[in-house]
Design a protein. Structure first.
Length: 458
């Protein structure tokens, strides 16, 4: 779900052109005078490079000037400015690791010289935002929680709202939805105070996500429904699609599938209109899952099949493998075992390429089930045994029990009741240990069926 907006007005940027006077102090030695002259020359070259937006050279020249004349605060000021703008350039081109390094360098200079609270605010906000893009959520919290008191001191209300939003997003990603909700609720009245509808809509969306994480679907729905007309008012088609998708997701959780599908379809239309293929994939998957849960497997299959070429075009190998698995699983429900095999056999080498052992084990299980339906018990057994080895390696106890049950079922079909019972009992032990009541009932049913078969004299 999209929730992070461009920084926009939340950053108090330093003016790129600063009139800085030359030091009036006269050096007492020729050596010091020469160093100062060199530093002044480097400063002029740095300033000229800065004016041309050649931030690499600006940082290089100003760093050398600051090293030659460390007491000259104006050099430090200009160096901080160059570091900041070079970081902004890198950030705009998605080079987040390099951007973060330069923002931190700018912040270190500002902090050392205590030049400007506005500059500290800008540095900390950008460190937080860039860390968010890199998935460093604890670092987001550290930097933005430092920024908040600065923003409150200088009465930067818009910056405060943005920082609260980013803090909330970081908490969400860390699974701390209560703290996230508190941050969003603090940001919301600030956006309303400034009649910033775009910010208000994004925050309402984020609140809805936090409510969903807490299984508070009715409050989530209310938040998403408040966000939707605001997104339309500001003509934010991307935000409108997100709101419609999130409303659909909430209706799905509430068991109201018709309303869910209606909102998903509206979102899909916008995703295609704005040519957002990743958004289109996300909505198509939601539509497919809704149909699948309604046992409308043919419609689910059609939607999953629309996803596959997009994932391939995007070169999203993980998404391609997941979609092939979904297609295979849907074919399985339709009883089309040959297509099941074909889909999962296409997915298997991708999972191996990605070293996705969980995905590989899941795929091997379904290949085994497809073989079992075709009465190809030896191939089924081989697939289930490979899946079992993998489930044990990754310590997936539920998956291990599932594979053991499938091996038991295969031996049962081969007429090897003793081996079948042995594997069913191993599965049952795990299911009781992990308190998986649903699969425990299935395994007990399999064991009972095996006993009935023997009681009839087979």
């Amino acid at each position: 779900m999209q929730s992070i907006r461009a920084l926009g007005c939340c950053i108090l940027l330093l003016a790129p052109c600063v009139a800085v006077g030359v030091s009036a102090k006269v050096a007492n030695t020729a050596e010091r005078t020469a160093a100062e002259r060199t530093a002044a020359s480097l400063e002029r070259q740095g300033e000229a490079a800065f004016q041309k937006a050649d931030f690499v050279r600006a940082v290089e020249y100003l760093t050398r000037a600051a090293q030659l004349a460390p007491a000259q605060v104006s050099y430090q000021t200009k160096l901080s400015n160059a570091q900041f703008w070079w970081a902004r350039h890198l950030q705009a081109h998605f080079h987040y690791n390099d951007a973060l390094r330069h923002f931190k360098a700018a912040y270190a200079i500002e902090k050392a010289h205590r030049r400007s609270n506005a500059a500290l605010d800008a540095d900390l906000t950008n460190i937080g935002y860039t860390s968010l893009q890199l998935g460093r959520y604890e670092e987001v919290l550290r930097s933005l929680q430092q920024a908040l008191p600065v923003q409150r001191e200088i009465k930067d209300r818009r910056g405060e709202a943005h920082a609260l939003d980013y803090i909330g997003i970081a908490y969400l990603r860390l699974g701390r939805s209560k703290e996230a909700l508190r941050s969003f609720q603090l940001a919301l009245p600030i956006y309303r105070e400034f009649k910033d509808w775009r910010g208000e809509a994004a925050t309402l969306n984020n609140m809805g996500v936090a409510y969903l994480h807490q299984n508070r679907s009715k409050e989530a729905l209310r938040s998403f429904q408040l966000a939707l007309p605001l997104q339309r008012e500001v003509k934010n088609r991307r935000g409108e699609a997100d709101a419609l998708n999130n409303i659909g997701e909430t209706y799905k959780k509430l068991g109201r599938s018709k309303e869910a599908l209606r909102h998903y379809r509206q979102a899909l239309t916008i995703e295609r209109e704005i040519k957002d293929q990743r958004g289109e994939v996300r909505v198509l998957i939601n539509i497919s899952e809704t149909y699948y849960n309604l046992s409308r497997h043919k419609e689910a299959l059609r939607s999953f099949q629309l996803v596959l070429p997009i994932e391939r075009e995007l070169k999203n190998r993980r998404g391609e493998a997941a979609t092939l698995n979904n297609i295979g699983q849907t074919y399985y429900e339709l009883g089309r075992s040959q297509e099941v095999l074909r889909s999962f056999q296409l997915a298997l080498p991708i999972h191996r390429e990605l070293k996705d052992r969980e995905g590989e084990a899941h795929t091997l299980d379904y290949i085994g089930l497809a073989y079992l339906r075709q009465s190809r018990s030896k191939e089924a057994l081989r697939s289930f045994q490979q899946a079992l080895t993998m489930q044990r390696a990754i310590k997936d106890r539920q998956g291990e029990a599932y594979a053991l049950n499938n091996i038991g079922e295969t031996y049962s079909q081969m007429g090897r009741s003793k081996e079948a019972l042995l594997y069913y009992q191993q599965a049952l032990t795990i299911e009781r240990a992990i308190k998986d009541r649903k699969d425990e009932v299935t395994t007990l049913s399999n064991i009972a069926r095996l006993h009935r078969y023997h009681d009839k004299g087979h």
